[in-house]
Design a protein around this ligand. Structure first.
Ligand code: SF4
Ligand code: SF4
Length: 447
């Protein structure tokens, strides 16, 4: 997938086609930024489009977006034809030849109905230049998908991001409907429709205080029971009262670090080249000194804006508020808003507000202080602006350092990073056999 914020082009370990984005398919979406040929100063950007605003059929307890409907009291929350037309025309015109990603999100975008999407896809085709190929992505809770939806998504080659937090007991803790009922079975039904029609899909899993302690159960469920090949993990961090307190649903830094370490250890021994975990792809890019593939790990950000149903454009999906409104596409061209000094300042603040503790950190090249929305702790010497998840990131990036060096070396030698699995298999044979015999693995089950 192209044109977004999550790819690290040129890595053989990274699939060419998809992944997710935070809340974007793909989550948002794995999006590769492209440069248009016309102008050397053009910088690519990504738009998360919310045709139905914050409206959703679920009531996930940690959802940060549901409350955004209060920005538009009394609104009917459906994108108007004129706004749809202006958005598609502007976003397609702004992109260079090649693949152009159109990212649909919410709220729950499928509430717009199938006919809306049939129309939107046809309309987008009208604006497509002959040298472009459009890829539509859809981030959905999957509960409303039907056989007909799946057929359409297959016919139009959508890339679908499914929001799911693991097996039923872990998913249903917080992902419930308006009546508080569990949603997992409906999600799985939707996923089965997609599988039946061979629709490309990712899973997007939020990691919260409950599933964070079950990393292997979550990962193996996606890999073995969902057949997912592209997985994105997003930590739940809900700050309370502008201070250092968080909700009971939030992961702790340590939990987040342990979760990532456990999943990584499983992946690096078994699944390299078969399962693509966005965060691991992105880390490998950092070890190869390539530009950060996810905005949260980039030095600066600001090239991924959110588009509300009425045409309002905001600096970022996580900053949809009056202070971060850049304007409306019916009044100001999208490209102008993305290039505005307000948006430039927003993106550069990610780098310019880093505390000294981060600047001097040995894993800053991979972390870059993560997302500014999570920077509400004080450093050990009392400076503000430290990321709430810092302890987890330090743990994770230190833990994977050796493996990342090996995979980066393999890639530099034009070999497959999947070879690391053999290296681990040989090394693990000298460890005690997991069967508990007390013998080394190479003299027991590892023979
Ligand atoms: S604030 Fe910046 S780093 Fe955080 S999600 Fe938005 S664009 Fe990404
Ligand atoms: S690991 Fe912590 S100190 Fe290092 S860059 Fe990330 S947030 Fe800053």
């Amino acid at each position: 997938m192209k044109n977004g914020r999550f790819d690290a082009p040129g890595l053989s370990v990274i699939p060419k086609n998809l992944s997710c984005d935070v809340q974007e398919v793909i989550g948002g979406a794995r999006v590769v930024m492209q440069s248009p040929p016309q102008s050397a100063v053009f910088k690519p950007f990504h738009v998360m489009t919310k045709p139905i605003g914050a409206i959703c059929n679920l009531d996930c307890r940690y959802c940060y977006y549901l409350a955004k409907k209060e920005l538009y009291p009394g609104d009917h929350f459906r994108i108007r034809e004129g706004v749809l037309e202006a958005y598609l025309r502007q976003v397609i015109e702004a992109q260079p030849p090649g693949e152009v990603t159109i990212a649909w999100q919410g709220g729950e975008p499928t509430l717009m109905g199938l006919e809306f999407f049939r129309h939107a896809v046809d309309l987008a085709e009208r604006y497509r230049r002959p040298d472009q190929h459009l890829t539509h992505t859809l981030q959905t809770n999957a509960t409303l998908l039907t056989d007909e939806w799946a057929q359409f998504l297959k016919d139009r080659d959508f890339l679908v991001g499914i929001s799911i937090d693991g097996p039923a007991p872990l998913h249903d803790v917080y992902r419930v409907d308006k009546q508080g009922n569990a949603s997992w079975h409906k999600v799985m039904r939707g996923m089965q429709y997609l599988q039946h029609h061979a629709v490309r899909f990712n899973v997007l899993c939020t990691v919260h205080s409950v599933n964070a302690d079950r990393p292997l159960e979550v990962y193996r469920f996606f890999r073995d029971e969902c057949g997912a090949r592209f997985v994105q993990f997003i930590p739940i961090v809900e700050q309370r009262d502008e201070g250092a307190r968080v909700s009971e649903r939030s992961v702790t830094g340590d939990q987040w670090g342990r979760f990532l370490v456990a999943v990584f250890d499983e992946w690096v021994r078994n699944d390299v080249g078969e399962v693509f975990v966005q965060m691991f792809d992105t880390a490998l890019a950092a070890w190869l000194h390539l530009p950060a593939a996810m905005c949260i790990f980039a030095e600066t950000c600001g090239r991924a804006v959110a588009l509300e149903h009425n045409g309002d454009v905001y600096s970022c999906d996580h900053f949809v508020d009056p202070q971060h409104r850049l304007g409306n596409i019916m009044e100001i061209p999208l490209t102008e808003m993305v290039a505005s000094s307000q948006q430039q300042r927003f993106g550069e603040a990610k780098r310019d507000t880093l505390p000294r503790y981060c600047i001097e950190c040995d894993v800053r090249f991979a972390c870059n202080g993560e997302c500014p929305k999570n920077r509400f702790l004080k450093t050990p010497d009392g400076e503000g602006g430290l990321n709430y998840l810092c302890a987890g990131y330090k743990m994770f990036f230190h833990h994977i350092d050796g493996s990342m060096r090996i995979m980066a070396d393999l890639l530099r030698q034009e070999r497959s990073p999947a070879e690391i699995m053999d290296i681990f298999a040989r090394a693990d044979r000298n460890k005690p056999c997991p069967c508990g015999s007390g013998r080394k693995a190479k003299k027991c089950h590892g023979r």
